[in-house]
Design a protein around this ligand. Sequence first.
Ligand code: GLY
Length: 319
Amino acid sequence: MVKALILHGGAGSWRASKVKEKALETMKKCTAEAWTELIKKGSAIEAVVYAVKCMEDSGYLNAGVGSVPDILGNRTLDAGIMTSNGLLGAVAGVTRTKNPIILARIVAEETPHIIIGGYGADELAVAKKLPLLPPPPKHVIERYYEGLQKLFKGEIKSEFWKGIWRFIENNKDYLEAVKEIMDVSDTVGAVAVDDNGVLAAAVSTGGVIFKLPGRIGDSPIPGAGFYADENVACSATGFGERIIETMPCRMLSELVRQSMKFKDAINEVIKHANELVGTNTMGFIAVSKDGEIGWAYNTEAMLIGYVSREGEIVTDFKP
Ligand code: GLY
């Protein structure tokens, strides 16, 4: 048996999350159901799409229904998908589509493009009769307003959000309405290999909370937020800017291609990220063609779910 599956529900600290238990339950459910899908359909792509759609639908993770708002309170979602047998598609900055991962798959399977963004992507979703994004859940709205208050009071610890705030203060005309920002950067993702040796990677996100309008992260960028080749599939989470700078998924692929052992390559990638962009920046999950699963993160925690060799569903914040 080669088949293997691993999901992530985001890297960060998770300490401030009001829906920690719900997020854990979501991971258990989505891991179990995606594993059943992998067995039933025998397809890695079906399994990762199922897993990511399940997490998008939950409302408890930062993707799909649970996506966090930008600085103006609007939501723009990104997603990407790639397989070892040639499927590659992504969407960026969609505002009305409940399941960006389904839309990314449509881009890959039905269009000649790789990335479709914004209005055009939402129009494609409407044409394909995909469900609309519902209003954000209460906990997401609370998180937005509580975070805004901290911004106004200057209680900002992270350099990333200090940078956004500096921009706002230096550009008062740009955002007149707004004067420890959230410590969770919870993108979702899944990687799988099936018994035919096909590897698949998927990722979906609402991006980082309080991002500037129009900002695009790593999730629709192959090699950064996701990547799959004939050896490995990888899905990343964390600060998109730092992930784009380090391309962890592409680096993992290259190291394994150069015959580095899967687990050693994972360790090398996170070491490289720490050296280049510092800690508390990212995490990723990966699967190999031989059915090995692995992960690494340099944040306080990363929510993951996988199926052990004994068939047990394992979920954890600090694996
Ligand atoms: N990793 C998700 C984002 O930064 O947009």
